[in-house]
Design a protein around this ligand. Structure first.
Ligand code: GLN
Length: 535
């Protein structure tokens, strides 16, 4: 193992875009031909965000091996195009769980179990494990939270120890903080950043690079002041301005010399990075030739982060077609009848119903699917959105009046979406179908046209399935069952024939989409929506 380590901490305030910064660093190093892996430490005590309310935490990003992880892993994957794993997201909950399990099993030989060394050792073990399991040249670790938070202290101490053991030139600390701009005096202020660096110094960490989030460019005097008080050279002060698009950030940081500085600190070669493809993608995004409006109908729409990967995948679909995608965020509970559906969805060129759990909002989503079906508006149902399309069709076309998912109504006469027999009676936590599974695609379908493949792998995060008892009735109708998991005989894709583009998937294609390589289903959905715009 010859891995080098980059640690990213945050200071002054939260929500500065540490995730985008970490992802950008991964991208810049990968563009220089290095093998990189990003990972995230989250100091909270939940084991993972899987059980958290989306309003607390935003979307749960699912890794191919079925990890339910922080949404920053989605940024990492989209920027670096490296598929991450469960172990790339460590929470304090996971750390403590493994320590306490070991303690109960007598693994500490009668010793007192303590934050130092046991918690810090466990954290260090996870950093080194990532290096070993991935064989990456550079491991980029983002430490969640803000320096000085009580709960992040063991993580800060662990990364300090890594620097000590990894040796000179193998470990770099990047500290990202805010330089507030005071309108009254027309100045950027450095004091909060100085304090935050001082705090880090108090924990034994001297940042090698200071990244300054700011609204205004950094004047020379500001840079000099920062250098003096934070003990860094001028080339280690990196301006990180707000960008119009997150995808421009790595290009801005490259211009600021970040890639070069990182390579020199880590003793790595610094070849010219290949940025052309990415640059072209950003250019296409900034110069769209057309526009299409997509209604996203869900129940957490006030917090756009709850649907982050879906929104990014829609944008990527637009970039592919040189189109700006305007997302209208629609609260499903506002759609109370067909007239409201027509009023609210009337301007949409395409409609997405994304994933979700629980009954709230499903009535409005069913009206949404009906509206899209009857008015020939492109419809893309993802996970819950596929189940909704099936329920709507069963009710309104196949004559099953109270058809439903047994998640929402356990006494329905027509549980068209249901638990599989082997899931019945299992406690909730153990029944989610998580991670990548196969799907075999039928010929002559929208799915085949998109993927140009018959056997695909996609990520899942759901509990309920299309109920195979109703297969014959659907197969005799216009709702075709066009994708199937062969191992467990589960329906994965449904499509409506005689409709411009109506497709539902039981999986989550959004996690596999990249800004410069739109997922084929999002690409074609946006294509169909653009076609409708033109009409
Ligand atoms: N609630 C549904 C299920 O568990 C859908 C889940 C989802 O959309 N991610 O099957």
């Amino acid at each position: 193992m010859n891995a080098k380590f980059i640690f990213i901490t945050g200071g002054v305030v939260s929500s500065l875009g540490k995730g985008i910064t970490a992802a950008s660093i991964g991208f810049l190093l990968k563009s220089r031909g290095l093998k990189v892996v990003n990972q995230k430490f989250d100091p909270y005590l939940n084991i993972d965000p899987g059980t958290m309310n989306p309003y607390q935490h935003g979307e749960v990003f699912v890794t191919v091996d079925g990890g339910e992880t922080d949404l920053d892993l989605g940024h990492y994957e989209r920027f670096t195009d490296v598929q991450l794993r469960k172990f790339n997201n460590t929470t304090a909950g996971k750390v403590y769980l493994s320590i306490l399990d070991r303690e109960r099993a007598g693994g500490y030989n009668g010793n007192t179990v303590q934050v130092i060394p046991h918690v810090t050792d466990e954290i260090r073990k996870r950093i080194l494990q990532t290096a070993e399991e991935t064989d990456a040249d550079v491991i980029i670790t983002e430490v969640g939270g803000t320096v000085g938070d009580i709960e992040s202290l063991p993580f800060i101490e662990a990364i300090r120890q890594i620097k000590y053991s990894a040796g000179k030139g193998n470990c770099v600390f990047v500290h990202l903080g805010l330089l507030p701009y005071l309108k009254e005096c027309g100045e950027l202020k450095t004091k909060p950043m100085q304090h935050s660096v001082k705090e880090l110094l108090g924990f034994g960490i001297q940042p090698d690079i200071i990244m300054c989030r700011s609204e205004k460019p950094l004047a020379k005097s500001i840079r000099e002041k920062l250098g003096l008080f934070c003990n860094v050279t001028q080339d280690a002060i990196i301006e990180n301005l707000s960008a119009k698009s997150i995808y421009e950030v790595p290009l801005m940081l490259e211009k600021e010399g970040l890639g070069k500085k990182l390579c020199s600190l880590l003793g790595l070669d610094d070849p010219t990075p290949s940025l052309n493809e990415w640059r072209a993608m950003v250019q296409r995004f900034y110069n769209p030739e057309k526009e299409t409006t997509i209604a996203l109908v869900g129940k957490y729409v006030e917090l756009h982060d709850a649907y982050l990967s879906v929104a990014e995948a829609l944008t990527a679909g637009g970039i592919h077609h040189n189109a700006k995608v305007k997302i209208e965020w629609i609260d499903a509970e506002k759609i109370v009848d067909a007239a409201k559906a027509a009023e609210i969805l009337g301007k949409a060129d395409g409609i997405v119903v994304p994933g979700g759990f629980g009954d709230r909002g499903t009535a409005g989503m069913i009206l949404t699917a009906q509206y899209a079906r009857e008015n020939r508006v492109p419809y893309f149902g993802i996970c819950l959105g596929m189940q909704i399309a099936v329920i709507e069709y069963a009710r309104n076309v196949l004559g099953m009046a109270d058809a439903n998912s047994s998640e929402f109504n356990q006494t329905t006469d027509y549980p068209v979406i249901d638990l599989m027999p082997d899931q019945q009676g299992v406690k909730l936590g153990g029944t989610l179908r998580l991670g990548e599974f196969r799907c075999v695609i039928t010929e002559g379908t929208l799915a085949e046209k998109a993927y140009k493949l018959h056997d695909i792998l996609e990520r899942h995060r759901h509990r309920y399935e299309f109920n195979n008892l109703y297969r014959a009735q659907f197969e005799a109708s216009e709702m075709r069952l066009t994708g199937r998991n062969p191992e467990r005989n589960l329906i994965e894709i449904v499509e409506l024939s005689g409709h411009p583009w109506f497709l539902g998937v039981q999986f989550h294609p959004e996690f596999g989409s990249r800004p410069n390589r739109a997922h084929p289903l999002f690409r074609d959905f946006i294509g169909a929506s653009i076609e409708r715009t033109g009409k």
